[in-house]
Design a protein around this ligand. Structure first.
Ligand SMILES: [Cu+2]
Length: 108
């Protein structure tokens, strides 16, 4: 699970988001379009074993921003802007994780 599950941010302002993996399993962080977390999760599962090469980042425009699949003790900082107000989910797309490994960026 992510230790932070909800963040309030400003639409149209630059956001710096650091995801640090302190777990022994690989994890990633994908920011999706509002309402698209489950679709992205399912698309990642369909990738199967080939997903490892692509870090379980499915093709398509539902994924707005993402880290790589990060091994233990690795971290990555994303810098991006959410253009409009809304609830933007973030999930780990490693198969099975996103059911509980998810949160939301609330852009106001
Ligand atoms: Cu994960």
């Amino acid at each position: 699970m992510y230790d932070v599950k909800e963040l309030t941010v400003k639409a149209g302002k630059k956001i710096k988001l650091t995801f640090a993996n302190t777990d022994v399993m690989p994890h990633n962080l994908l920011v999706t379009k509002p309402g698209k977390a489950d679709a992205v999760m399912n698309a990642a599962i369909v990738m199967g074993a080939a997903g490892f090469e692509k870090g379980f980042i499915p093709a398509g425009d539902d994924v707005l921003h993402h880290t790589k699949l990060l091994d233990m003790n690795k971290e990555e900082t994303l810098e991006f802007t959410l253009p409009a107000a809304g609830d933007y989910p973030f999930v780990c797309s490693f198969p099975g994780h996103g059911i509980i490994m998810r949160g939301v960026l609330r852009a106001k």
